[in-house]
Write a protein that binds this ligand. Structure first.
Ligand SMILES: [Cu+2]
Length: 170
């Protein structure tokens, strides 16, 4: 671990405490927010300078995930995905891709969370993906950055470079 921070806030609950005057119905749905700062583990020492932030918002069955990365080599695209488990020193500890459904008639990109990032000249990249579902709690544990862009058919993206633990879905 490298001084990572993780926090989760149920903003609906926080809002209910702070804004007691707001009608209950206005906050009942709530917004579940998950954060991860990392990386938790760097698997390739060439990427020691990488820093990551992951933010996820889920509300009314829609989830938005944002990956922000700095410290990348300039002008390259890196595959990135939500994986099933938290990071470990073994690159495979983070498990496979989170799949919300195993229905093969649905494109992989629609049932997984892909966050491929292209770095700018300063080595920074941001990717945001929105999916029409919410994570099943306990089944999505990290965001992994890979060496290659994601193959749209297979989902493969080469070696795992860095992993950020995020407990998606609380
Ligand atoms: Cu991946």
């Amino acid at each position: 671990m490298k001084g990572n921070q993780m926090s989760k806030i149920r903003t609906g609950v926080a809002a209910a405490v702070v804004l007691a005057a707001v009608p209950t119905t206005a906050v009942a749905a709530g917004v579940l927010v998950d954060h991860g700062h990392g990386p938790t583990v760097v698997h390739d020492t060439a990427y020691d300078q990488v820093k990551t932030q992951v933010h996820a918002w889920s509300s009314d069955g829609i989830t938005r995930v944002r990956l922000m990365v700095t410290g990348l080599p300039a002008g390259q695209t890196f595959g990135a995905h939500v994986h099933t488990r938290g990071c470990g020193t073994d690159p495979l500890a983070s498990g496979g891709h989170y799949q919300h459904s195993t229905d093969a008639t649905v494109p992989l990109a629609d049932r997984e969370v892909w966050l491929d990032v292209t770095s700018d000249e300063q080595g920074r990249g941001v990717a945001t993906t929105t999916v029409p579902w919410a994570f099943v709690p306990g089944t999505a544990g990290s965001v992994v950055i890979h060496a290659l862009p994601t193959n749209p058919t297979t989902g493969a993206a080469g070696a795992r470079l860095a992993c950020t633990t995020v407990e998606f879905g609380g």
